[in-house]
Design a protein around this ligand. Structure first.
Ligand code: NIG
Ligand code: FE
Length: 424
């Protein structure tokens, strides 16, 4: 049989299999290896994997890549990003280095609202061009699937503008994108004194408009889900307001997710679990109650340690990822790429931080960045592992030992990115 592509002589083929449910607790340590393997690819999909000699005898391919003993892993899935935004916040970065905190800057009218101003003022083309360059950097670092949130519009027009940009990016860029509506990111200045009025606007106007946008978008035609997210925090939304937003989105077919327990744990995580949220993200100050609730649920725990690193937190202020896995949670990792708390493109850097600060093993961080992350954005039937029938999203590493991904830091461990069977 003649096929498009074979990768042969893979020293370590790491499939990260597991499409039905996310791997939980100790299951996250089970990284199976195929030595001297090969992968056969046709029409963008994986058609076979197995022994290199056997597979190269069985298939004739248009293109053959000799991996020369190097390791091959699935493309990374970044399940939590704010990749579309106007402007930057480098001045706030300098202020924080000099002692101001993220929450002080936010309550003084900077932070998310500052990016909102730039995003409202930007044209669709400007937002598109800037985000396209960011996606290029992410892809070069091995990220092949990216969830992207709105949340810098904070009015109906600009939230829809962001969604149209995400849709254009998905068509224009090799990365597979998943959209999330985050109208409840913070209060826009015009509703500063009327938080419930803003929640009314989200529920009565934005969510129906977003559902209408989604229904005619290619995402819904392709079966890519739409998520609804909320930032449950002081200076953002309390638990009751957050629940209203998530329920309203859920009623129109959106899948709930949450930013919870970033600075204060006041019940957002438990509320989201109650709604069957796909994930709860940040979890910096989650305690044993929140962790136990996550462990006994289907909600995936998503620490975002690049945010802690960027905000200069002490080790004790990072999410307790170790305790989460030990308690039996399913854990995924993401960059949280955004102009404020986490200007970070790199999943390998997130893994490196997680290994060192949260004491997750290389196996756990690999699973958390591939198959579990695919589950956290509802895409595990298509991406996140090297399995027959899935998209051929593959990374040839520079090293023969896949653990070098976690071990060396600061460089790009990825030699070649293959997305949907195309060598990038
Ligand atoms: O995930 N915590 C809230 N939202 C973002 C930060 C967004 C921003 O600072 O622009 C986050 O960290
Ligand atoms: Fe975020």
């Amino acid at each position: 049989m003649k096929i498009d592509l074979i990768l042969k002589n893979i020293g370590q083929l790491v499939p990260c299999s597991g499409s039905d449910t996310p791997l939980k607790g100790a299951e996250m340590s089970a990284v199976d290896l195929l030595k001297n393997g090969a992968i056969a690819v046709n029409e963008g999909k994986i058609v076979a994997l197995g022994d290199s000699v056997a597979l190269t005898e069985k298939y004739a391919a248009e293109q053959i890549i000799d991996c020369a003993g190097k390791a091959v892993i699935p493309g990374f899935v970044d399940s939590h990003t704010h990749t579309v935004f106007g402007g930057d916040r480098v001045h706030e970065f300098e202020m924080r280095i000099q002692g101001a905190s993220y929450m002080e800057i936010m309550s003084a009218g900077g932070g998310i609202v500052s990016t909102m101003r730039h995003t409202r003022a930007a044209t669709e083309d400007e937002l598109f061009e800037a985000a396209l360059k960011r996606l290029d950097q992410m892809l070069a670092l091995g990220t092949t699937t990216v969830e992207i949130k709105t949340g810098y519009g904070l009015n109906t027009d600009t939230e829809l503008k962001m969604l149209r940009v995400i849709e254009r990016l998905d068509k224009a860029h090799a990365c597979t994108l998943i959209p999330t509506f985050l109208g409840a990111h913070t209060l826009p200045p015009e509703y500063k004194e009327d938080p419930n009025g803003y929640v009314d606007l989200i529920v009565d106007e934005m969510i129906p408009a977003v559902a209408e946008w989604y229904a005619q978008s290619h995402f819904s035609k392709d079966g890519v889900p739409l998520f609804v997210d909320v930032f449950t925090e002081d200076h953002a939304f309390d638990v009751a307001q957050s629940e209203r937003v998530l329920l309203a989105g859920q009623a129109l077919g959106m899948i709930p997710t949450i930013h919870s327990d970033q600075f204060n744990a006041f019940g957002g995580t438990q509320m989201a679990i109650g709604l069957g949220a796909i994930s709860a993200d940040h979890l910096d100050v989650s305690g044993s109650d929140e962790i136990a609730a996550l462990a006994s649920s289907n909600t995936i725990a998503v620490p975002l340690p690049a945010a802690n690193f960027n905000l200069g937190h002490d080790i004790a202020a990072y999410p307790n990822g170790r305790a989460m896995i030990d308690a039996g949670c399913a854990l995924a990792l993401a960059t949280d790429l955004n102009p404020g708390s986490a200007p970070c493109y790199s999943m390998p850097l997130v893994m490196a931080i997680s290994n060192r600060i949260m004491r997750l093993t290389p196996a756990e961080t690999l699973i958390a960045s591939t198959i579990n992350s695919a589950h956290a954005c509802g895409m595990a039937q298509r991406v996140g592992s090297i399995e027959v029938g899935k998209a051929a999203d593959l990374l040839i590493l520079k090293a023969a030992d896949w653990r070098h991904l976690s071990y060396f830091l600061g460089g790009n461990p990825v030699e070649t990115v293959i997305k949907d069977g195309e060598v990038i």
